[in-house]
Design a protein around this ligand. Sequence first.
Ligand code: SF4
Ligand code: SF4
Length: 84
Amino acid sequence: MIRGKVTIAEEICKGCELCITACPQESLGLSDKINLKGYRYAVLIQDNCTGCINCALVCPDAAITVYRQKKPVKGVGPQVQIAA
Ligand code: SF4
Ligand code: SF4
């Protein structure tokens, strides 16, 4: 299973909400705070990002970076092949 994480450059963000609309996980929302440009900026509001990169693709200001990593599955150890 893939787990994702995003970082958002809050000072670049202009709060257009395109990334929020594009996220299938509803992981993103607008901050209550404003940045130096006077915009409420996008933030991660849930820890359920899958790293699909939709948000980064739609951001007109390239403010989002997506990181992806494999999430370990509980109870499943490394797969071992045994010769017959
Ligand atoms: S990478 Fe995908 S799941 Fe994660 S915040 Fe962006 S749109 Fe949502
Ligand atoms: S799409 Fe980009 S500029 Fe628009 S709210 Fe999201 S991070 Fe900010």
